[in-house]
Design a protein around this ligand. Structure first.
Ligand code: AMP
Ligand code: GLY
Length: 470
């Protein structure tokens, strides 16, 4: 069931708030005292700690809140004095976030996680005139609906996997059979990162189709599925900021999705990253990014989608060229942890340019340093984990040069940092070469421990092993 152009499902022209949003933001931006800005960051993972850390380095910021934050965001020092503060409001509690905004009037709110975007936090803040960075609900569909994204890619000529969209189990089984059984079955909606099943043969594909379309293992999120051919190649992360009209492409990075060394075990949210990657030269990277994102932006314009935020296609570099696996409508986690230490711009200025349609006037500047982030996770991750384990060694690692520990699933209990989730810390280091950055990150990891701590020992190994062909 793949609708043609005459039955577009993209809400052509439905983004009626798109133009008004820009005007509202400009009006509000005019009223900001740029030396005394109050910022609110929504989210509480490693990505949000990295955002808080980078925003705290802006001399414009006098107050910085993070809702709900973690043990690392609380107390992150501001360059102009004072420190970031956590607010005990969940990232998806839009009513309470709005209440906080009405009381404290942040000059800029920055949204980290996809869940809040899919629920329309940007629309809600905009409706009350609060400047906020991130895509509106209509634009966040690139992540919240895989069916939407897949059909968008087909309509707008974006290179992707051979694929189909199904509600009917028999048609889905037939397509899986046509792909030779080895395929990837994806629930349409957000499914806590568990909605993608890699089926090695037809029997696994049929089981996945049964569980998603018939048993509704993800409820309404698996009412429809996307089935893609299983692509072989090198997976990389592409990130670009977009102000609705202009793109700023970030350098390359690579995540490590599987839990175990050598890409073994189940998929996770990401066990570690590094930037840049050696697989493409910077010229080739730009060309690849434009091959994906130019038709994407043209498609947004054609469909009346005003995307202001960060678009993050997951890309497989295959023997036949790049193929987009999926779109995310937010910063990657843990990609953010390796990008922001390399970014030389004031991130507040970049976000303001983004919401005011002036991104073309703010070229991004990147340090030539290499960054590596190693995620330390709780025993059992990506399944159920125990919480409340004391984290040892943080004060020791704080003294190390060119290292930053970004917290994720951590909390403060009395004066101690304890684990509170699956991915606990992202240990990030930077240096003049990839191998030196990797060694620096692992030297810091060696000084940290908590009961049940697990991590991959091969972060950046693919980049280090890569030998360019002339
Ligand atoms: P997604 O959420 O769609 O990115 O899928 C999660 C992960 O599954 C990706 O990061 C890839 O590692 C893997 N994956 C998804 N689609 C494909 C595909 N068509 N071929 C190979 N691997 C895939
Ligand atoms: N790096 C994986 C993600 O952010 O989804």
């Amino acid at each position: 069931m793949v609708p043609g152009p005459s039955r577009s499902r993209f809400g052509r022209g439905t983004d009626i708030g798109g133009n008004r949003r820009g005007l509202d933001c400009r009006r509000n931006a005019d009223a900001i005292d740029f030396g005394q800005m109050k910022l609110l960051v929504i989210g509480g993972g490693g990505r949000e700690h990295a955002l808080v850390w980078k925003l705290a380095q802006s001399p414009r910021v006098s107050r910085l809140w993070c809702a709900p934050g973690n043990a690392g965001t609380q107390g992150e020092p501001l360059v102009r004095g004072g420190a970031a503060e956590n607010v005990t409001i969940g990232a998806e509690d839009i009513g309470s976030l709005l209440g906080f905004a009405r009381e404290h009037r942040p000059d800029l709110t920055v949204v980290g996680p996809d869940g809040a975007l899919a629920l329309g936090v940007v629309d809600a803040f905009q409706a009350e005139g609060f400047p906020i960075w991130g895509p509106r609900m209509n634009a966040a569909r690139f992540e919240s609906s895989k069916v939407f994204s897949q059909e968008f890619m087909r309509h707008h000529g974006i290179p992707t996997a051979r694929s189909g969209v199904f509600t009917d189990p028999a048609a889905a089984r037939l397509f899986a059979h046509q792909l030779g059984g080895r395929c990837v079955v994806k629930a349409d909606g957000l499914a806590l990162g568990k909605g993608v099943i890699m089926a090695r043969d037809l029997s696994e594909a049929e089981t996945a189709i049964q569980r998603m379309l018939v048993d509704r293992m993800f409820g309404d999120a698996s009412r429809e599925v996307v089935i893609q051919e299983w692509l072989e190649g090198t997976e990389i992360s592409l990130h670009a900021l977009c102000d609705g009209s202009h793109l700023q492409i970030l350098p390359s990075s690579q995540d490590h999705k599987r839990v175990g060394d050598g890409d073994q075990g189940p998929n996770t949210g990401g066990m570690g990253t590094y930037s840049p990657t050696p697989f493409l030269s910077s010229g080739e990277w730009e060309m690849m990014a434009h091959a994906v994102l130019d038709p994407w932006l043209a498609g947004c314009h054609a469909e009346g989608i005003d995307f202001q935020g960060l678009i993050y296609p997951g890309v497989m570099l295959t023997a036949n060229g790049p193929r987009v696996l999926e779109f995310n409508a937010r910063w990657g986690d843990p990609e953010t942890q390796v990008y922001l230490p390399r970014l030389e711009n004031d991130l507040v200025e970049v976000f303001l340019a983004c919401i005011n349609g002036k991104l073309d006037q703010h070229p991004l500047r990147w340090s030539p340093l290499h960054t590596v982030c190693v995620v330390l996770a709780s025993h059992g991750y990506p399944g159920a984990v125990e919480r409340g384990k004391v984290i040892h060694g943080l004060a020791d690692v704080e003294l190390l040069p060119q290292v930053k520990v970004f917290h994720a699933g951590s909390a403060r209990l009395d004066e101690e940092a304890v684990t509170s989730g699956g991915r606990v810390l992202g240990v990030t280091a930077w240096d003049t070469s990839l191998s030196a950055a990797r060694d620096r990150a692992y030297a810091a990891v060696d000084r940290l421990c908590f009961e049940g701590m697990q991590f991959r020992r091969d972060i950046a190994a693919k980049g280090l092993a890569f030998v360019p062909t002339l």
